[in-house]
Structure formats: structure tokens, C-alpha cells
Write a protein that binds this ligand. Sequence first.
Ligand code: BGC
Length: 809
Amino acid sequence: MAETEINQKAEEILGQMTLKEKVEMCSGLGMCFTQDMPRFGLPRLLTVDGPHGIRIQEGSKDNLGITKGVPATAFPTLSALACSFDKGLLEEIGAALGEEAYEYGVSVVLGPGINIKRSPLCGRNFEYFSEDPVLAGHLAAAYIDGVQKKGIGTSLKHFAFNNKEHFRQLSESVVDDRAAREIYLPAFEYAVKHSQPYEVMAAYNLYKGEFASESKTLLTDILREEWGFEGIVMSDYGACDDRAKGLLAGQDIEFPPVGSESIYDGLKKGVITVEHVEAAARRNLRMILKCLGSLRPGYRYDREAHHGLAARACAASAVLLKNDGVLPLRREGAIAVVGEFAEKAKIQGGGSSAVNPTRVVSLLDALNEDGISCVYAPGYRSGEDVVDSQLIDEAVSAAKNADTVILCAGLITIYESESVDRKHMGLTASHLALINRVAEVNDNIVLVLFAGAPVELPFEPKTRAILDVCLGGQGVGTAIRDILFGRVNPSGKLAETFPLKLEDTPSYHYFPGGSRAVYYAESVFVGYRYYDSAGVDVQYPFGHGLSYTSFRYSGIAVNGSGYDYTVTCQIENTGDCDGAEIVQLYVKNAASSFFRPEKELRGFEKIFLRKGERKTVAFRLAERDFAFYDNYKKRWTVEKGEYEILLAASSRDIRLKHALYLDGEETHCPLRKSLIYYNLRGNGFSPEDFRALLGHNPPPPEREPGHPFDLNSSLGEMSVSAFGRWLLRFAKKIVTRNIPEEGADAIARHMDQIIGETPIRGMVQMSNGILSFDMARGVTLILNKKRCRGALKIIKNLPRAVIGAWKTL
Ligand code: BGC
């Protein structure tokens, strides 16, 4: 249907709808459907996770990835794909996801996730692209284009400032306006303006004192009015504290649906008008009508082709971090493969994005397939972090007699999972122990790293090569084999800096923050913006990645006037084999009156060059590429003065430079020049500096002691009373009843933490209609020692709960 037709049809339906139907339109149906309204010919539409594969759960549904989905292609995670720096590849993967959506009857894929990696510890970093907003925004736009060209919708998430998992449903992200505009919002802005995702998913956390899913500033003022977003805003699952407030702020649909009563209440009180409901219902209707045309019953995607794409994407994204010349390997010679990830590949992280792969090719499978012989010793068990000396001893003896050891190590799933952040940046302890022991007997270690985020590599000097496959999806084994043995020339580069150690990271003193607030005290100094400005040594810089060939950069030319320029240069493949280079363009504002990062990525291109070939690479620069966000004037501003255009192979490998004078505005920053932001001394951003930057006092990181229980008290807080402890145990039993046997203990421990950090209202939101807010209020009354009133409230609502439970059986 053409857009005008969709709009007309939506108006027609809206004109016939009762108020009840309009309100219903603003809620999901169960965990993953939109409302069906047969009298208007509207079927229910399926929306499922994303981002790196389709996850449809049959039977009991959860949004934590506990139960397995139906088999679908597990592509490399977004953190891996980001290292390809390849917009075309992202679009291709998007299109493949669109085709899989056809087969499974999916109308909207919940992805891509685009939050900025503020700390390597964020448990969901593997679901996100980068520490840099330009890279994240451009790749997200390509992904969205790929999916949406197939007529399938995407949901860009999590809007906004959801950069940690710790107390994700209760914590306020305290960010100064410049960091918000320059670091955390631009990727969303670019993807929205460029690709118009059908949906944006509002995040769990709070921003400026309000839940993101109820923030008019975010959902209406910025998203719709400033950026021109035309789609619908959905809540993250259980993100909505006050549905009526959410609706007024611009949240069109709530998942799972629990808030209609609050909308009726608002209508009754006159806080909400019928027009408010209609505006959201209209947008939902348009979205549904738009998706209707792409249902393709009976469609079957080509499983082999998609598996092949997953393997190719992994090979194009893997980053060769180190190579002293040992790679590519020759097939001859004794090879020992060590580490259970070689047999049971770690292909993705845990949580709502976990895909049940159609098949997995491990490294051992791939070597076998190709007749490459090796001895293998697991060295550790991949589902747990337990140092097993017998397994290590066996691996050591296998390594002793080998010419080369391919050692597979990384992070196990409980360290990379939704809802929980990592506590340290070290490798899985059992993997680390294995590396250290093997290094005592063999000098020829090629390390293959399976981790969705940077890890500390204190043993790096003991290795000869390191290949980072990140979380490479179901074809990972093939990709590793092809790179190690030289069939594929590696071409990925890091989308996130590898710091030397956790203490070096800019957010070190403030991550993950408390249960009620987290301070983004480092402001705009995130990732390489910090390391390069503060001159902090890193293990591997942003944008770093080796190749089996070499590239020469020459002939930078900058043409244009005002704020519009074209930058070109020549790149030549000067080595012995074909290969691809990722050319990065950074802009440096040499002398600015506001503090600014040393340089910022403004463009990137990946180009393929045959041996000896030379090509011209071109970039366009516009006003925004030179601007910073003046939070006093509340607008983007280009400052008058000297700039430099840098063409680079990584943030620390600048190959060409060109100076530029821009006749911009005279600016003046009222902040004291003594603040650390003007003269970085490590990551010692003090609370006083941050307060001066914010211009007000931030909320305290923890909830004030003695605060009475309310629906936003965490379940963990309940454990102060026997009743609360009993309830907590009960909640844990319910949530963990579907845990698969494999790795059950680890998952259960994980769940303990997640449940403890969930607000009391979350029990209602995720109960599938069994519990009501009134029952939850009853619980808080009991916890606040008003036992009789509380018990009465619970008893009054019990029949409804029993009926609800019976219905879900
Ligand atoms: C996650 C979302 C996901 C949703 C549905 C939430 O817990 O934050 O990213 O799309 O669940 O599974």
C-alpha cells in the first residue's frame, strides 16, 4: 500500500473505532504481538528479537532468552559486525533477517541496538556497535535499510542512555547536555533521519528525573520534533512505570500490556484527552497497515546461503590484533588446538538476543572438513568458570609436542549477558590459567579470542598472534580456519578500544554507579576520545586491525568552501596479496574555547584492493562534522579557528593530514578552565568537576535509607522482612522454572541478581496478566507494616490472579 493509501485507511478505521479499541491499539498483545482487530481486517502482527538473528520462542515466552527459540541463522553479534566497518555487509545481513522474518511470520525485528559502549563492562556491549556514534549510526542505518527494504520493520533500541545493565530498570543516567548530544544521541539521530526505523524502543533507565519511556523531552521534543521521526515508540519490556504519562510523552505502545487501566484513569481525570489516545492509535494503525503487505505465508529462506553469509560476515569482521609473522599458518607441521571453544564455539551472548542457530561450525569442524589434522585438548569446560588442573595438564602435554598451538579462549556466557554487567575485565579465569600454563611449554601460540567486548591481555607478549573473532555467529569456525590458513585476508578493525587494564577506562570510578543513579562524569571523553586526549597507553587502539598485506596512503586533497568539503586520497595495496583497508577520517579542532576530544571520527570507508592496485577514496564533510554542541546556546556551533583533517589507519595511526581554517563563530565557555575537562589528568573526574559541568546537583547514586516501599522498590530490597524473603524465593522459583539443564547453576545465580534488581512493579508487568498492580500495592503495604490493609488488597485481587494463572496454563 502506498503511504497516502495507508494514511487514508488508518483514518477510516480510526473513525469507526470505539474508545476502548483505540486504547487497546496502544498496548501489545501478550509478549510479542500487536492487537488483532478482525472487524477491521487487522491480524495480530509478530514482533520479536533481534538483533543478530530471529528469536521466536515457542510455548512459554520470556524476554531473557531462558527458553530456546525456533532455529534461525545466528549471524555474528553487532559488536562483531561493527568491526567490519562495512555498510554493505550490514545491509546484506539486514536483508537476510528480513527474509527469515518472512518465513517465521515476523513483522518487526527488535533491533538494532545502538547504545554507546561507555565501559567495556556493560553486559550488553556485544549487542551494540561501538564506542563511536558515527560508526554506530552509519552501520545501524545500513542494517535498518536492509531489513526495511524487505518491508519488515525494525525497532531501534534502547532510546536512550542505556549503557549499563546494573539496576537497569531503576537507575537514572546522569549525563551532561554536551555528552548527550555529542556522544549518546547522534547514532540514534543519524539512523532515524537516514533510515526511519518503523519503531524506536524506549529504554528502561531514567533520564533527567523521568523514565526514558515517559520522557517527553526524549520521545517527542527530540525524537519527533527535532529529528522528524515518523514511526512508533514502543516501551522496552516492563520499562513503563506510568503508562498514562508514557502516552502523553509520546510512547505509542506498551510491551507487555499492563497499563490500559492507567490510560482510562487519565481519561477520567482529564489528564489525557481522546486526541492523545487517537494520536498514538493512529501511528500504531499506520505501522500495522504498512507491515501487512509484507506477510509471506509459505516463504522459505535459503538456509545454506544464510549460513554462508554468517560465515563470510564473521571472516570480514574478525580483527587480527597481533601477528609477528607466524600467520598465515602452513598446513604442514604439528598443530595442537586447545580450549573447548574450539569444539563448542561461543557464538553469541546471553539474554533476549540469544538465537537458536540452525547449525554451528566450530573450529574443529572446519579443520576436519578441510582435512587439516591436529591434536585437540579442551583445557576447560566452556559452560563454567572452574579451573580443572587435569584438563589443563592434558592440554599442556598436547601443546608440548606441537609446532603451533591454536588456543581458543574468551568469555563464557554468564560474563556476557543481558541484565548483568561484568565485574572485571579479565578473561574467564580457567582460560587465563590455561594460557599461562601452555605458554610455559610452547612459544608458538596463536590466540583466538571469543569475547563480545575488550578483555585484559596481560599475557599478550607470550603470544605470537591474536585473532579476535568477537562473537562470530554460527559460521565462526570456517572464518577462523580461513583466516589462520590464509584463505581469507583479515580486514576487520576494532570498533572499541582495548585498554591495557580496567583502571585505565574513562568511566572507571563511576561505572556501573548505584541502584538509583549513575554519573557520566567523564562527559564527552568516551573510548578513544579519552585515551587519545589524555595520552593514556592502550593495548590496541580504536580502528586497529592488521592485514596480510600493506597499504600506502597518499595525495590528500581537501576541496570546498564554507563548511562543505570533499576529502580525497589514494590508497595503494603495496603487499603480496589482495586485501581490504578501512580508511578512517577524523577531524581535529586544534584550538577550541570549549573542551573537546583530541579528534573525532567523521567518516570511514572500507575498500577492497587487488595486489598492487590503487584507488581513490572520497569523503564528504558538512557543517555538523566540525561542530560541537554549545549547551549554553542549546545548538550545534562551529567555532572559528584551525582544524585538521586526519586520514588514518587507526585512531593512533595517522597517515595523512590537512590543515583547514574555518570562519565560524566566536565562542566563549563560561566554565572554569581549571576543570579537569580542559586538562585531562587520567580519569580522575571529580564529583565537583561533574557538578560544575552539569550546572546542578545530581541525584544521589543510592536510594535514601528509610524510604518506604513503593512499586519502584527493588525486589532485593524486600529481603529485610521474612515476608519479603518468602516472596523473593517464590519469584525466583517462577522465573527459573524453565531454565535448561545445561549450565543451570550458573544461570540460576545470574537470575538471582537480575530478580533482585527488578522493581516490584516488574512482577506485575512480566506476570502475563496474572498479577495486578493492586496486588503489588498490597505487597508494599505489608512491607511498610500495614499488614491488614495489604493482605486485604491481595486477597481482593486473588480471584483475578487465579483466573489469569488458569488462562495461561
Ligand atoms: C530487552 C530488549 C528486548 C526485549 C524483548 C528486553 O528485556 O531489553 O532489548 O527486545 O526484552 O525480548
